[in-house]
Design a protein. Structure first.
Lengths: 321, 270
């Protein structure tokens, strides 16, 4: 009974009998009518467009500014990136060798990754494999808090704990490359741990069952089955952490000593691309050679960040393949 | 009705040959998931070097039961088992049982083929490595033996170092069976091993199981009654957590004692 009622519903009872199938309303109507999708579409499309334009604009702006040092000021690109003498203030024969900063950035990044990776992966295994309930209820919020702590706080802690420790045990001022790497390593730890935990959770349970079913212990399952299966996404977590370490300026600047010479060991003070930019940008005049050289460092920083992104993309594509 | 049954199923003809000794004796087994009483007071013998099929509609407790035999239910929080599963004079449910060793003797194959995302040979060698075998020669020999046993050797011998994920579903499932054979277990448990496969691959697996039962005790959960009829020596019919009927496959299918068994195998419900 009911079904036949619906089937024979009177077409005249439709809400709007004058609705036309052909839409020939003008732009003005489409922008003002409530039922139109045009405004929403325009908002969404323009947001996306703005994003793309911003990225291109930043890259272009940095490129134009960054190339000034070589085009306008005639610095040699090769001596710029390989030179070890950074004396922009010398009135006679100033020299712009950025290699110590490139080296400093790389050293801080890799040392930080070296410090953070084992701890982060260990934490991730604990959270995702061993104490699943506790991991999601307690560890996850703790890690989110750690991610949210501003980098200046990490810098302050480094300044008041790690630097005095270094001074006592390794001599010198206590400000050094290792202190910077430790501070940044601790800083990226929660990021790496939470992404690594996600990638371990993403390993299908069927693999764990398969492993237990062939007489594997819990540790054998974790080390020989789960970790290799999570594989490239764990590497992605580490690379993501490294890209964060590479871009960090403030916390590093507070503990690294900011010496423009190439460090002889990890216990020597040094500087990174980011710290030298934040330190020198304020007292250089726009258009001066030093200012242009700093822009070049910024451009270099951007290029290396892009390399990190390409690596992450490559790894995640391989994972999905 | 029973007449019709005879026409559509062909039976495994070896059933009447001889009664094999009991390998696992199941006595008064009860399984709970929290408050849910999933398996109720099950008693049945599992005979050595025979195929025992567990049939029944979805949610009848047959998968829960098979997972208890090698204590895979331990992995499910809140699962609790009572009763006795006597194997080699030991109650499998005893908390002191070394489950790692138990699973080396009672292997398992799952519904979805689940090879490790590693090479074909590593898939078979991993159980051996877990057991502490390091010798390259032994590892390679076992790989070859196991792959030959499941009839996969000729198909994959040229690509042993390629990823197992590149195999077809049926090949992956046979690889999983080969992996379960690597440690030469006494018992192999199969939880609906063919339900994710096409008919040709399923037929191959059935053929394989008939061959394997000469050396191994096999317990198989299946949704497919024809499959049970074709390969099993003994069949257990589960319904709503209870073991309704257990017996030789031929007897159970042609002359069931209980009405619900008859209804289920004739397709009246399930």
């Amino acid at each position: 009974m009911k079904i036949s009622k619906i089937a024979t519903a009177d077409p005249a009872s439709r809400l709007d009998n004058n609705a036309k199938l052909i839409n020939e309303k003008g732009l003005l109507w489409r922008l003002t009518d409530r039922a139109s999708e045009t405004r929403g579409k325009m908002f969404i499309y323009s947001s996306a467009l703005l994003m793309i334009v911003a990225v291109i604009a930043i890259t272009l702006f940095l490129m134009i500014q960054g190339l000034r040092a070589f085009v306008v000021d005639h610095l040699n690109f090769w001596t710029f990136i390989t030179g070890t003498q950074w004396y922009p203030d010398r009135t006679v024969n100033p020299s712009y060798g950025a290699f110590p900063f490139i080296f400093g950035s790389m050293a801080v990044t890799f040392l930080a990754a070296l410090i953070a990776t084992p701890i982060a992966i260990g934490t991730a295994i604990f959270m995702a494999e061993l104490a699943k309930k506790w991991g999601t209820k307690v560890m996850q919020p703790v890690i989110e808090i750690l991610v949210g702590i501003p980098s200046v706080v990490y810098g302050l802690i480094g300044l008041s704990i790690i630097v005095p420790f270094m001074r006592q045990h390794f001599g010198g001022s206590g400000f050094n490359l290792l202190a910077g790497a430790i501070v940044v390593g601790i800083m990226i730890l929660p990021t790496v741990a939470s992404i690594a935990a996600d990638s371990i959770r993403a390993v299908p349970d069927s693999l764990r069952q398969a492993s237990y079913a062939i007489g594997a212990t819990k540790w054998q399952t974790i080390w020989r089955v789960v970790i290799p299966a999570a594989g490239s996404s764990l590497v992605t977590a580490i690379v993501l952490g490294m890209s964060r370490a590479f871009g960090e300026a403030l916390a590093v600047q507070m503990v690294i000593g900011n010496v423009t010479k190439l460090p002889g060991s990890i216990f020597d003070p040094s500087a990174t691309l980011t710290t030298i930019i934040t330190l020198s940008m304020g007292h250089s005049t726009m258009g001066s050679v030093l200012n242009d050289a700093l822009w070049s460092l910024g451009f270099l920083l951007l290029l290396i960040s892009y390399v990190f992104i390409v690596i992450i993309r490559f790894l995640s594509r391989r994972r999905n393949a | 009705m029973i007449q019709m049954e005879k026409n559509i199923v062909s039976f495994n003809n070896t059933v009447d040959v001889e009664e094999m000794p009991v390998q696992i004796s199941v006595e008064n087994v009860n399984i709970y998931y929290g408050e849910n009483h999933a398996v109720k007071d099950v008693n049945l013998p599992i005979h050595e070097k025979s195929i025992t099929a567990l049939i029944g509609p979805s949610g009848c407790g047959k998968s829960t039961f098979i997972r208890t035999i090698n204590r895979m239910n331990d992995l499910i929080p809140g699962a609790r088992c009572e009763g006795s599963l006597l194997y080699k004079d030991v109650n499998i449910l005893n908390p002191k049982v070394d489950v790692v060793q138990l699973r080396k003797e009672i292997g398992m194959v799952f519904q979805q083929p689940n090879p490790f995302p590693k090479s074909i040979s590593e898939n078979i060698q991993l159980p051996l490595r877990f057991a502490g075998v390091r010798n390259k020669k032994t590892l390679n020999q076992v790989t070859e033996d196991c792959l030959k046993q499941v009839g996969l050797w000729d198909e994959v011998k040229d690509r042993l170092d390629r990823s197992a994920l590149g195999l077809s579903g049926g090949q992956q499932q046979r690889l999983c069976i080969a992996r379960a054979l690597a440690l030469k277990p006494d018992v192999i448990l199969l939880d609906e091993p063919t339900s994710a496969l096409d008919p040709v691959s399923s037929a191959k697996i059935e053929e394989l199981l008939l061959e394997l039962k000469n050396s191994y005790t096999i317990v198989i959960v299946t949704h497919n009654m024809q499959q049970a009829a074709r390969i099993a020596d003994y069949t257990a019919f589960f319904y709503q957590g209870e073991l309704i009927e257990f017996g030789k496959t031929k007897t159970l299918f042609t002359n069931p004692e209980k009405k619900s068994t008859a209804d289920y195998i004739s397709g009246r419900f399930g």
